[in-house]
Design a protein around this ligand. Structure first.
Ligand SMILES: [Zn+2]
Length: 58
């Protein structure tokens, strides 16, 4: 089982980036890195909470 985050699911419809990880911590690290690198966005608690509501288990 893995956790999957997709930019599309948080409304970034022009980004097809999908991140997968085995733990929430690892996933958030990857998502934060991608958000910063690709979108110039620094995650705060509100964004993290929202992102987590869109995470799916695969
Ligand atoms: Zn993205």
């Amino acid at each position: 089982m893995a956790l999957e985050f997709a930019c599309e699911r948080v409304g970034v419809t022009d980004c097809k980036h999908v991140a997968t990880a085995d733990s929430t911590e690892e996933l958030l690290t990857k998502v934060a890195q991608h958000a910063s690198d690709a979108h110039g966005v620094e995650l705060n608690d509100t964004l993290v909470d929202y992102a987590l509501t869109t995470v799916r288990e695969t």
